[in-house]
Design a protein around this ligand. Structure first.
Ligand SMILES: [Zn+2]
Length: 285
């Protein structure tokens, strides 16, 4: 599933490709992608004649700002956007097509069909699902050490599910949580309330550094993810533990282990990320 760096990459790419274009009409081939309004015809009618001003992001959601409307789009597992000339053949699994005045098209393709689109009046989108309960943006100034610790520091759940929960901090998914916890030297099964001050500091820095480097690299290409221009992100080559089961830990050489935490496949170095807080303390220089 695309996480913050991948969605950020799609956002930047779409800004280059579709900002300023006027939608002539919209074809909805798979009505279930359209969550709001209920009728796909109403969705298509509302968008016809509108110009895309800017593409923004909130957590893992794209916010496509048009004159007088906001389209909120979630790619979920395998959704992707591409811009094509109108006479190019439409690929299978293309579910929504935005036809522009200049004879190009923005096409939404989604093999798994889990993606969603919601249409709102500007500003209304933050008060209603799916954006109304989202937490802190980790690349914005609002993400501070105090904000992170304030959101999670008293919680008795394990830190990995806490970081995956979009109501606290947005944008992190399985890949970047594993990477950040490894960099911070924190076992994913430690509870929020067990982390010490120095651990919160390491975790805070690790989240920012991991996401910033991944955004710079254009995100990770894992499975079928590609950005809006059909280019592959390159960050998967910099992943330290995710997808590297049995490979040596880049810090200590121990084999990376894979376990299941909260139902999610999780990659750790058991030596660098000890489960007991005491052991973690002893490891610190
Ligand atoms: Zn290690």
């Amino acid at each position: 599933m695309p996480e913050l760096p991948e969605v950020e990459t799609v956002k930047r790419t779409l800004n280059q490709l579709v900002a300023g274009k006027r939608i002539r009409s919209v074809t909805v081939k798979l009505p279930r992608i359209i969550q709001r309004p209920a009728e796909p015809e109403a969705f298509a009618d509302a968008l016809s004649g509108r110009t895309i001003r800017e593409v923004d992001r909130r957590g893992k959601f794209l916010r496509i700002l048009l004159d007088g409307l906001v389209l909120v789009s979630h790619l979920r597992m395998e959704g992707r956007y591409g811009v094509y000339d109108a006479d190019e053949p439409v690929e299978p699994h293309t579910h929504v097509i935005f036809h522009f005045d200049d004879n190009t098209e923005l096409r939404y393709k989604d093999v798994r069909q889990f993606g969603t689109m919601h249409l709102f009046k500007p500003g209304e989108e933050f008060a209603l699902p799916p954006l109304n309960k989202l937490g802190i943006e980790p690349l914005e100034p609002e993400f501070t050490l105090d904000a992170l610790r304030g959101a999670l520091g008293k919680r008795t759940s394990r830190i990995k599910p806490l970081l995956l929960n979009q109501e606290y901090v947005v944008g992190l998914g399985n890949i970047y949580v594993d990477e950040a916890l490894f960099q911070a030297g924190i076992h994913p099964e430690r509870t929020g309330d067990s982390l010490k001050k120095a651990e919160w500091e390491r975790l805070y820095e690790a989240i920012r550094a991991t996401l910033e480097r991944a955004v710079e690299a254009g995100g990770s290409s894992v499975k079928s993810y590609v950005n809006g221009q059909g280019e592959m992100g390159m960050f998967q080559h910099q992943l330290l533990v995710y997808g590297r089961k049995d490979e040596p830990c880049p810090n200590c050489g121990e084999p990376i282990r894979k376990l299941v935490v909260g139902g999610r496949g999780t990659h750790i170095c058991a030596k660098c990320q000890p489960l007991r807080a005491k052991a973690a303390k002893a490891e610190k220089r």
